[in-house]
Ligand binder design. Structure first.
Ligand code: UDP
Ligand code: MG
Length: 221
């Protein structure tokens, strides 16, 4: 019987999941915590493909898609775009990459994102890399980074922080309970943060799949 989930599965699995084992690491942390910067470093050293959900959504707006205006409005309000849209973009990018190791950056952002991704792709993340950073520091970075992003203004930034605390941190906690969270102190300089990241990606535990204990909860709260 063909449900919507089956159809979506088939779409991804056809050229990807059937043949190869797929490794996914979710990279989570507040806006401005350094996810994108560190993902670029991880790609260089560990052969992952970096998929930023935010970048995929911004590219979708630029492509003139019929969802473009809706996505733009959600981003400008700091709101979370419906899972269906984001998951389709992620699946397509995974298929087109030809790789089987992915850093999924900035997704899942709420419980619904998480459950829908799991239901559609049947993929469980290997672990969750969580960048822990104070709101003060993140705000400072966002206001000084000048990437020409419309949502990097103080009003939208405050909304993004609120959504992060209310909707995204519970996803990190969900994986924390499962012992899957690898927490990084992201307030440090880029090089120091990357040393900590490298240690996680090269750890024997990660390779041997030794069970990790739960981390102490984050400093943001
Ligand atoms: N966004 C979304 N779903 C996602 C990822 C991003 O709806 O899975 C939207 C959301 O409005 C968010 C914006 O895109 O505030 C920017 O996300 P991005 O990850 O690029 O920025 P960050 O918050 O990490 O700085
Ligand atoms: Mg980003």
């Amino acid at each position: 019987m063909g449900t919507a989930v089956d159809a979506a599965n088939k779409e991804t699995n056809g050229s990807l999941l059937d043949e190869k084992k797929v490794t996914v690491v979710f990279v989570l942390g507040g806006p401005g915590s350094g996810k994108g910067t560190q993902c670029a470093n991880i790609v260089q050293h560990f052969g992952f493909t970096h998929l930023s959900a935010g970048d995929l959504l911004r590219a979708e707006i630029k492509s003139g898609s019929e969802n473009g205006t809706m996505i733009q409005n959600m981003i400008n309000e700091g709101k979370i775009v419906p899972s269906e849209v984001t998951i389709k973009l992620l699946q397509r990018a995974m298929r087109e990459s030809g790789n089987n190791k992915f850093l999924i950056d900035g997704f899942p952002r709420n419980e619904e994102n998480r459950a829908a991704f799991e239901a559609v792709t049947k993929i469980e993340p290997e672990f969750v890399l969580f960048f822990d950073c104070s709101e003060e520091e993140m705000e400072r970075r966002l206001l000084s980074r000048n990437q020409g992003r419309e949502d990097d203004n103080i009003e939208t930034i405050r909304k993004r922080f609120k959504v992060f605390l209310e909707s995204s941190l519970p996803v990190v906690e969900y994986y924390n309970v499962k012992g899957k969270v690898r927490k990084i102190d992201a307030a440090k300089p880029i090089e120091e943060v990357f040393e900590a990241v490298k240690a996680i990606f090269t750890s024997k535990d990660e390779k041997g799949k030794t069970k990790h204990s739960r981390v102490h909860w984050c400093g943001i709260l």
